[in-house]
Design a protein around this ligand. Sequence first.
Ligand code: NAD
Length: 352
Amino acid sequence: MSVFSHIDFDHHEQVVYGHDQASGLKAIIAIHNSNLGPALGGCRMWPYANDDEALRDVLRLSRGMSYKSALARLPLGGGKAVIMGDPHTGKSTALFQAMGDFVDSLGGRYITAADSGTGVAEMQIMAERTRHVAGAGQREGFEGGVRNGDPSPSTAYGVFIGIQAAVKHRLGRDDLRGLKVAIQGVGQVGFSLARHLKEAGAELWVTDIVPANVRRAVEQLGATAVTQQEIFALEVDVFAPCAMGGIINLQTLEVLRAPIIAGAANNQLADASLAETLRRNECLYAPDYAINAGGIIDVCYERTGGSAAQLKAHIEGIGDTLQQIFQRAAADGCSTTQIADRLALERLNGGE
Ligand code: NAD
């Protein structure tokens, strides 16, 4: 299959295939754009049905990383890696050592990090073979103490800041006391977000496919548990998708009541045109790649240094970026994703 004529090819700078027969590694690394710095993006492990599915994913995800980092004002380009394999059954030390060698072969043009199917343990194995890996070490947490390289607390904090910005813009409110929030998925990011919201006085409704995760939110945060279907139709102020992509679609839009959608999940809109539908429905949508940038900001600070206080302040900048997006969208009569894309491109090309 061809890369240059692929529908998701978007002037990517480099697309490299890696194979190691001994460990069984089959992987692709894509560098979309390095105008602003080395390309950083996660290493996803997924049982892709074929090479084309893997290529499509890596082309789309690497482009998304260019936009996300540009919008978050980071000195980073966009890249991504995909490993073709089952993360439950296909992992081995040799596989991730070979992946580390593959990453190293690009000499730092691509820096890898954890993603779906990989985590701190795999980053640590890759770090034996390359220094171009993020999220493998320990560091100071901005809430105090020492933590590992998991960026989800930073992602959650960024989403919390983003919800504040959205509430101010859409509901004209400065504080979150009594705000009703429905969270779909109380895993790493969702639970941490729920904790921030609880501390700010919000009322929470949660759902998850893992009963233990729901129980934790109910017992520790006083959240109300609802079913996977009920979460969409609640009369709440904010719907926060923190589970998986494609969750804003024609079916869920029929029942969604919240005037704000703001959560951590990647690729929340099943179809890009739904952003315009949301705008017409007067539902304020916080573009996912703008609001969930806390994790990439965290990973960047790990690479470049900077104190926990500086990291926290940078994450808080997500609120300003969103405010700018909301205001421009309102002024121009455009969807928030159109404005976010425009803003990201402006920054990617050296403007603003
Ligand atoms: P996670 O796996 O820890 O949490 C996801 C939770 O959603 C799990 O508890 C899972 O059981 C639940 N879930 C899955 N399907 C569901 C469904 N249909 N209904 C209800 N719950 C369901 O993952 P995470 O790290 O918390 O990430 C959450 C989302 O945020 C993902 O989409 C991820 O891509 C995105 N994201 C995460 C980070 C990060 O730093 N971890 C950064 C940016 C974006």
